[in-house]
Design a protein around this ligand. Structure first.
Ligand SMILES: CC(C)(COP(=O)(O)OP(=O)(O)OC[C@H]1O[C@@H](n2cnc3c(N)ncnc32)[C@H](O)[C@@H]1OP(=O)(O)O)[C@@H](O)C(=O)NCCC(=O)NCCS
Length: 417
C-alpha cells in the first residue's frame, strides 16, 4: 500500500526527484537545470510525496495585482507538475489548493496563474481572464524613428536592475508584479526557450535602468521571429525609443511579436499592415502565430478584503445579496483554516464597497461561482454576458446595474507567469 504525504519542498532531499518530475513533463533539459533551481529558490515550493519520493511539485510566488488605483496582495501559481507514475491521483489539484491556502494565510487575497488548458483550474475556483493580444509585424514597417542612442546590453547577471525596472513600469488595471527578483532571473536564464537578450537605457536616478525590453528568439536568430517577452517603460518617449530599438533590427529580422500593454494598439505604429501581410508569405505564416488568447486565470481568495479595496466612481451604488459557491473546498482538508470563499454575503459596490457575511431580505440576489464573480469583479466580462456563458445569475435589473457600474479597463497582467 502506498503512502502519500503533502509537505514543503526540502532541497537536500527532493532536488533529484523534482528534476525527474520536470524531465518527465518535458519542462527540463539538463542544460537548464539551473533555471528550475533558480525558480524554486524564490518560490513557495510544495511537494506531494509517494513512498518517500516527491512525485508532484507546485510552486507559488507572491506579488501584486493592480485593481484600478490599488495594488492588492497576489499569489501566483507558477508551476503545477506531476510525475508519470502519479497522474490522476488528484495530487496536483490537492497540492495546488493547499499551496493557495498557505499563501492566503500569508496575506494573499487574489490568486492568478497561466493555464495549460481551460477547465483544469476551474475546479479550484479560477475564472478565465481577458484576451491577451500578441501583435506581429515586420520591424521595417514600424512608423517610428529608429533609436539613435546606443542601448546597454542586458545579461542575466543584470537581473536585479531589470527586475526593479519591471516593478516600477507603467501599469494599468489588472497588471501584476511578482515580487522576488529571482523570478525575473530564472526567466532571463532561459525558461523553456533558447536565445534571449535584453536592451535598455539607464536614464534613472544614479544611472539606474529606466526602460528596457527583453527579447526571446522564437525562430531563427538571423531572421526571427523574435518575441518581446516584456517591456518596461513609463513615458511615451521611453516607449517610442524601445520601439525604435526594435526597428533597428529590421535589416536582419523580418518579424517581431509584441504583447500589447494597457490600451496601446500596436497596429497604429505599422504602415500598411494588410498589404504587407498579403505580399509576404513568411510574415503571413508567422503572423498566424500572433492573435488573441485568454491564457491566464484569476480568483478572489478573500471577498471582504477585495471589495474593501474596490473604489468604483461614476455609477450608482449597487447593493445585493451574493450567494457564492467555491469548488476549491473539495481539494482541501476538512479541518483546514481556509476552505475557499463560499457563503452568503451582503455586498455593496460603489465609491465605498464592501461585503459582510449574511443576507438582507430587502435586496436582490446574485448567485455565482467564485470563478464567474471574480471575472465580473476584475472587469473581464460584464455581468449580463457572464450570465450567458458562465455561472452567474440574478434579476435582469441587477445585472444591468452591475454592467453600468463595473465599466473597468480591460484587465491585463502584462507579466507572464
Ligand atoms: C496537469 C497535471 C499537473 C495534472 O496532474 P495530476 O496530478 O494528474 O492532476 P489531478 O489528478 O489533480 O487531476 C486530473 C483530473 O483533471 C482532469 N482534467 C485535466 N484537464 C482538464 C480540463 N482541461 N478540464 C477539466 N478537467 C481536466 C482530468 O480529467 C482528471 O480527472 P479525473 O481524475 O476525474 O480523470 C499533469 O498532467 C502534468 O504535470 N502535466 C504536464 C505539466 C503541465 O502542463 N502542468 C500545468 C501547468 S499550468
Amino acid at each position: 500500500m502506498t503512502t502519500t504525504l503533502f509537505r514543503p519542498y526540502d532541497d537536500s532531499r527532493d532536488k533529484d526527484a523534482v528534476h525527474r518530475i520536470w524531465r518527465e513533463t518535458g519542462w527540463l533539459t539538463d542544460e537548464i537545470t539551473e533555471v528550475m533551481d533558480a525558480q524554486i529558490r524564490c518560490s513557495r515550493a510544495e511537494v506531494a510525496q509517494i513512498d518517500g519520493e516527491a512525485e508532484c511539485l507546485v510552486l507559488t510566488i507572491p506579488g501584486t495585482i493592480r485593481y484600478l488605483d490599488s495594488d492588492l496582495p497576489l499569489e501566483c501559481v507558477t508551476a503545477v507538475t506531476t510525475s508519470r507514475i502519479a497522474r490522476k491521483q488528484k495530487l496536483a489539484a490537492r497540492l495546488t489548493a493547499q499551496a493557495i491556502a498557505a499563501d492566503v494565510a500569508d496575506g494573499a487575497i487574489v490568486s492568478a496563474l497561466g493555464m495549460f488548458e481551460q477547465g483544469y483550474y476551474d475546479r479550484l475556483g479560477f475564472g478565465t481572464g481577458g484576451y491577451v493580444h500578441w501583435y506581429g509585424f515586420d520591424p521595417a514597417d514600424l512608423r517610428v524613428p529608429g533609436a539613435t542612442r546606443v542601448p546597454r546590453r542586458l545579461e542575466p547577471q543584470d537581473f536585479q536592475l531589470v527586475h526593479a525596472n519591471r516593478l516600477s513600469r507603467r501599469r494599468g488595471h489588472g497588471s501584476c508584479t511578482l515580487t522576488p527578483a529571482g523570478f525575473t532571473h530564472a526567466d532571463m536564464l532561459g525558461g523553456r526557450t533558447k536565445g534571449r537578450f535584453g536592451l535598455g537605457f539607464c536614464d534613472g536616478p544614479g544611472g539606474r535602468l529606466s526602460h528596457h525590453l527583453w527579447m526571446r528568439v522564437a525562430g531563427d536568430v538571423g531572421q526571427g521571429p523574435y518575441e518581446v517577452a516584456w517591456m518596461a517603460f513609463k513615458t511615451r518617449e521611453q516607449f517610442l525609443e524601445l520601439m525604435g530599438l526594435i526597428k533597428n533590427l529590421s535589416d536582419q529580422v523580418r518579424a517581431v511579436f509584441v504583447r500589447e500593454s494597457h490600451g496601446i494598439q500596436l497596429q497604429d505604429l505599422v504602415s500598411k499592415p494588410f498589404r504587407r501581410r498579403r505580399q509576404d508569405a513568411a510574415l503571413r505564416e508567422w503572423g498566424d502565430r500572433a492573435g488573441v488568447a485568454a491564457y491566464w486565470q484569476a480568483r478572489i481568495c478573500d471577498v471582504g478584503r477585495c471589495l474593501d479595496k474596490t473604489v468604483l466612481r461614476g455609477g450608482d451604488e449597487v447593493r445585493f445579496n451574493l450567494v457564492l459557491s467555491d469548488p476549491i473546498d473539495q481539494f482541501l482538508p476538512a479541518d483546514g483554516p481556509w476552505r475557499g470563499v463560499a457563503g452568503e454575503y451582503v455586498v455593496t459596490l460603489g465609491g465605498s464597497s464592501g461585503a459582510q457575511p449574511g443576507s438582507d431580505d430587502a435586496l436582490p440576489i446574485l448567485t455565482a461561482s467564485v470563478n464567474a464573480f471574480s471575472r465580473m469583479w476584475l472587469g473581464v466580462r460584464p455581468a449580463t454576458a457572464l450570465n450567458f456563458t458562465d455561472d452567474l445569475s440574478g434579476p435582469p435589473e441587477l445585472l444591468e446595474a452591475l454592467d453600468s457600474l463595473l465599466r473597468l479597463p480591460d484587465p491585463q497582467p502584462d507579466w507572464d507567469f
